[in-house]
Design a protein around this ligand. Structure first.
Ligand code: ATP
Ligand code: MG
Length: 430
C-alpha cells in the first residue's frame, strides 16, 4: 500500500463537504476506519469539485445505520448506507472483501453475501473485508484512492495516482474477469474516459469487444440509471463518441445504433442533442431525459412513421403507432419511465403539429406546455441538416409577434421564401 503524506498531494479538507467530514469523524470516534473514496478523491486530486462524497468504512451497514439517526440501508445486490443531511446524501459503503464462488454459492440462500451467475456476473456482493481488499474490488484504478481526513494521508493500493498522472482509465485486475463480474463497468470506463478526457488503457479497451455482449444481461432499469449518468452529467457529446468508438451504443439503443451508421443526418441530430444538453448543463439550465431520449429514438420513430405513411396511413396515426412501437422495443434494453416516455412522444407528435402554420391553430400550439421542447427539437432537426421548409424560422418569428397579430399571420409567409443562413436557437430559450 502506497501512503502519500499530506504535503505530497493537493487535497485540502476545506474542499470536502462538512457532512462527509462529520460522518467520517463520528465513525473514527467509534473506533472504525473511515475514508473518503471514489470520485471525490479522484476529482479533488484533479483539482475539481466533487459532486458527491462517498465514504468507505470497516463498519457494517448495520453499525453505520445505528450511528446515524438520519440514515437508511439501501440496496440488495450491494448494500450501502445513505446518511442524509438536508438535500445532501453521503453514501457510506462497507469495505468489500474477496468473494469465493463455491463457498458463496453454497450460502446463496442463507442470508448470503455474494453470488455469481454462470457467466461470472456478480449477483450480490456483500462480503465484507479490509481496505486492501476493498481497493481491488473497485472498478478503475483512479476510483480506488482513499483519503483519511484524520491523518490527511492518501492511500493508493492499485497505482491509481500514477494513472491519474498519466490520464489513464485502467480497470483493476484482469479486465475480462472484472467486466464479466459486472458488465456495466465497460460503460463506466468509457464514461470516465469521456468525462475526464482520459485515454483508455489498451488491455482494458481490448477486453471491451470481448465482453460487450454481456451488457444484454443487465436489467433495463439499471441501464436506465446508467443512461442518465452517461448523458446527463455534462459530458454527453464526448461520451457518445466513446460509446460509438467502442461500439457500445448498440447495447443501449440497438436500432438507433444501426441507423446512425446508415444515415449521417441521424448521427448529426444525436450529436447536436448531446452538445445542446451539455451546453444547458454548463449554463445551469434544466435538462430532461425526455428530450434526449426523443433525439436518441427519433431515427427509429421517424423512419417507422415514414414506412407506415408509405403504406397509406395518415401522418398523425402513423406517428402515433411508430412512437408506440419504438418505445415498446426500446424499453427492452433501457427502461424508460412513463414520466419521460410520455413527453418524448408528445415532442415527436408535435413535430407534425408544428407544420400547421395557420393563424388560429398556430396560436394555440404556442400555448401548449410541450411547445418549447418541441420547438427546440425542430431546431435540432434543422441543425442536423433536415429540410423542413423553413419551419424553424417561421416559429422563431411567430413567437415574437404580438398576440393580436398572430392570427393574421398568413399560412405561408416571408420566412419560407427568404433564404436565410441557418439560425441558432433564440436566446429567449428559458
Ligand atoms: P461520480 O460520482 O463522479 O460519477 P464516482 O467514481 O464517485 O463518480 P460512483 O458511481 O459514485 O462513481 O461510485 C463510487 C465508487 O464506487 C467508484 O469510484 C468506484 O470506486 C466504486 N464503484 C462504483 N460502481 C462500481 C462497479 N460497478 N464496480 C466496482 N466498483 C464500483
Ligand atoms: Mg460518486
Amino acid at each position: 500500500m502506497n501512503v502519500i503524506p499530506r504535503d505530497q498531494h493537493c487535497i485540502s479538507r476545506t474542499h470536502i463537504s462538512d457532512s462527509a467530514l462529520k460522518v467520517m469523524s463520528r465513525l473514527r470516534g467509534q473506533g472504525h476506519q473511515a475514508y473518503l473514496v471514489g470520485g471525490a478523491v479522484r476529482d479533488l486530486l484533479l483539482g475539481g469539485h466533487p459532486k458527491d462524497f462517498d465514504i468507505a468504512t470497516d463498519a457494517t451497514p448495520e453499525e453505520v445505520h445505528q450511528l446515524f439517526r438520519n440514515s437508511r440501508i439501501i440496496g440488495r445486490r450491494f448494500r450501502i448506507v445513505h446518511v442524509r443531511f438536508g438535500r445532501e446524501i453521503i453514501e457510506v459503503t462497507t469495505f468489500r472483501g474477496h468473494h469465493d464462488n463455491g463457498e458463496a454459492d453454497a450460502r446463496a440462500n442463507s442470508g448470503n453475501h455474494s453470488r455469481q451467475s454462470a457467466s461470472g456476473m456478480l449477483l450480490r456482493d456483500n462480503v465484507y473485508g479490509t481496505l486492501e481488499e476493498d481497493a481491488v474490488r473497485r472498478d478503475l484504478t483512479v476510483n480506488a484512492l482513499y483519503y483519511d481526513a484524520g491523518t490527511f494521508e492518501v492511500y493508493d493500493h492499485v497505482h491509481g495516482l500514477e494513472d491519474l498522472e498519466k490520464r489513464h482509465i485502467c480497470i483493476i485486475g484482469d479486465p475480462q474477469v472484472r467486466f464479466r463480474e459486472d458488465p456495466v463497468r465497460m460503460l463506466r470506463a468509457v464514461r470516465f474516459a469521456a468525462k475526464l478526457d482520459f485515454g483508455i488503457d489498451s488491455d482494458t479497451a481490448a477486453a471491451i469487444p470481448e465482453c460487450a455482449h454481456l451488457l444484454r444481461d443487465i436489467p433495463a432499469a439499471r441501464l436506465f440509471d446508467e443512461f442518465l449518468k452517461l448523458f446527463l452529467s455534462g459530458y454527453a457529446a464526448a461520451t457518445l463518441e466513446q460509446l460509438l468508438r467502442h461500439d457500445l451504443l448498440q447495447f443501449l439503443f440497438p436500432e438507433t445504433s444501426e441507423l446512425l451508421l446508415e444515415d449521417e443526418h441521424y448521427l448529426a441530430l444525436v450529436r447536436a442533442a448531446m452538445a445542446n444538453t451539455d451546453e444547458r448543463i454548463a449554463q445551469d439550465k434544466p435538462v430532461t431525459p425526455a428530450f434526449l431520449l426523443a433525439a436518441l429514438l427519433w431515427p427509429v420513430a421517424s423512419r417507422l412513421a415514414s414506412q407506415l405513411e408509405a403504406r397509406g396511413e395518415p401522418p398523425m396515426p402513423a406517428m402515433h403507432s411508430a412512437a408506440q412501437q419504438t418505445i415498446a422495443e426500446a424499453v427492452q434494453f433501457v427502461s424508460i419511465p412513463r414520466r419521460f416516455s410520455q413527453p418524448m412522444r408528445e415532442i415527436w407528435e408535435f413535430q407534425l403539429r408544428l407544420k400547421k402554420r395557420q393563424g388560429k391553430k398556430a396560436a394555440e400550439l404556442l400555448e401548449h406546455r410541450r411547445f418549447r421542447a418541441a420547438y427546440d427539437f425542430l431546431l435540432l432537426r434543422e441543425q442536423a441538416g433536415e429540410e423542413t421548409d423553413g419551419l424553424g424560422d417561421f416559429w422563431t418569428q411567430y413567437q415574437h409577434l404580438a398576440p393580436q397579430d398572430r392570427h393574421r399571420q398568413p399560412e405561408r409567409d416571408g420566412p419560407r421564401r427568404r433564404r436565410r443562413p441557418r439560425r441558432r436557437r433564440s436566446n429567449k430559450s428559458e
